[in-house]
Design a protein around this ligand. Structure first.
Ligand code: FES
Length: 121
């Protein structure tokens, strides 16, 4: 069984309303997950589109629409609700982004890396 490692992603106050940040907690050279703040709430999702299992962003930390109201997959334009991860437009309509558990400790966003299982090829 793999060891459970809890790591610090960032300070919660670094997550700005309507913006997202990508993280590479396993140091694989790509952001495996991203965190966002929407309506004052924090969410963390695996950076994998339910359509074709590719990363969503078109460049570093660009996961959201300009108005911050949707998560966007830049491969084919799928749009997801920030608080639920539900796809409301695009080829994976009705599917959801994989939400990940997180914890807060003294204003820090903590993440258990055991949630990042290898992606099937
Ligand atoms: S891979 Fe995301 S919409 Fe197609």
């Amino acid at each position: 069984m793999a060891a459970v490692e809890v790591i610090v992603l960032c300070r919660l106050d670094e997550l700005i309303e309507g913006e997202a940040r990508g993280f590479d907690p396993l140091q694989q050279g790509k952001d495996a997950l991203f965190a966002l703040r929407s309506a004052g709430q924090i969410r963390v999702y695996r950076n994998s589109c339910p359509h074709l299992a590719v990363p969503l962003q078109y460049r570093k930390d660009r996961f959201l629409s300009a108005d911050g109201q949707r998560i966007i997959c830049y491969a084919h334009g799928a749009q997801f609700l920030p608080l639920t991860g539900e796809c409301v437009y695009g080829p994976c309509l009705g599917e959801v982004l994989p939400a990940l558990e997180w914890q807060e400790d003294a204003g820090w966003l903590l993440f258990s890396t055991h949630q990042l299982r290898p992606v099937e090829a």
